[in-house]
Design a protein around this ligand. Structure first.
Ligand code: F6P
Length: 323
């Protein structure tokens, strides 16, 4: 193997640049030519491919976003799109790939590799932390820290006005960002899809707090909770407690940006290094992850969304600590 390609795909996440840096530098160390593919699979289809050198990744470890840009390509989901992508790889003599992204990226990869044989290793880059095969995904820690900083600020103003706030965080259909940021901010309640919440229970908990004169109430809700997002939950609270001063706050894409935390930079560096070493050693069609502080490799075909399991101890802990 002489030429490998690297792309970032799906929603960007802080730390993707640190992973790109690690992949480029490890490739150069092994004497490989490394090709950047811009805008994920869409750039692969369009041949938006350029040779990278070690200085292209100078001064990016601390930057959010992705210097390779990213996209969610519908065309790549079609047979014609995949054929074009494969032809572009052949045109550039690319014999191996490093793919950085989330579940959509690996679903796309598994589908592509059913038809075309090219060695590839994945790196989990998503703020959602919703993949099997790794304890943490690149970007999750930073996104949670961003949410924590914002919710702490919201608590200041909530306290000043004796207000109830419903704060909506991202995570698509996984509740990890809500769970971790809610615990870290001492939220009075955390609503995540994995819990299948019932609105009556949520309102009864607010009622209980009301009766014991708890004046500030922060609810952290995951964007796709069964009860809806911040707007829907706020409407339900206002309908039952019209006297309460309730505000909804949607944190949104702020959670995807910013300089990556040290945890994300280190994770990205470890996985970028491991991914190229794996390709060189002939380990392919797998995603690199870290489980119990050890790098492990899981086949693309097993990288499904891990949205259903949240440690029940953590859920019980929320109830106890917020009471
Ligand atoms: O997968 C990352 C993520 O930020 C999710 O948490 C969120 O639901 C989604 O992407 C938002 O996507 P977009 O940037 O396309 O609106």
């Amino acid at each position: 193997m002489k030429n490998i390609g690297i792309l970032t795909s799906g929603g960007d996440s802080p730390g993707m640049n640190a992973a790109i840096r690690a992949v480029v530098r490890t490739s150069v160390y092994h004497g490989l030519h490394i090709h950047g593919i811009r805008r994920g699979y869409q750039g692969m289809i369009e041949g938006d491919i350029f040779k990278m050198k070690t200085t292209d990744v100078s001064n990016i470890i601390q930057r959010g976003g992705t210097i390779l840009k990213t996209a969610r390509s519908k065309e790549f989901m079609t047979d014609a799109g995949m054929k074009k992508a494969y032809e572009q790889l052949q045109r550039h003599n690319i014999e191996g790939l490093v793919l950085i992204g989330g579940d959509g990226t690996f679903r796309g990869a598994a589908h592509f590799f059913e038809q075309y044989t090219i060695p590839a290793v994945g790196i989990p880059g998503t703020i959602d932390k919703d993949l099997v095969g790794t304890d943490f995904t690149i970007g999750f820690d930073t996104a949670v820290n961003t949410a924590v900083e914002a919710i702490d600020k919201i608590r200041d103003t909530a306290e000043a006005h004796d207000r109830l706030f419903v704060v909506e965080v991202m995570g698509r259909d996984a509740g990890y960002i809500a769970l971790y940021s809610g615990i870290a901010c001492g939220a009075e309640d955390i609503l995540i899809p994995e819990q299948h919440n019932n609105i009556t229970d949520v309102l009864d908990r607010i009622d209980f707090d009301e009766r014991r004169k708890k004046t500030v109430h922060i609810l952290v809700v995951s964007e796709h909770d069964d009860l809806g997002g911040a707007k829907e939950v706020t409407d339900s609270i206002t309908a039952r407690f019209p006297h309460l001063d309730v505000r909804a706050c949607i944190l949104g894409h702020i959670q995807r940006g910013g300089s990556p935390s040290q945890a994300d930079r280190v994770l990205a560096s470890r996985l970028g290094f491991a991914a190229v070493n794996a390709l060189v050693a002939g380990t392919t069609q797998v995603m690199a992850g870290v489980i119990n502080d050890k790098v492990v490799f899981t086949p693309f075909t097993e990288i499904v969304k891990d949205g259903s399991y949240i440690n029940p101890d953590m859920l019980e802990m929320i109830r106890v600590l917020s009471s």
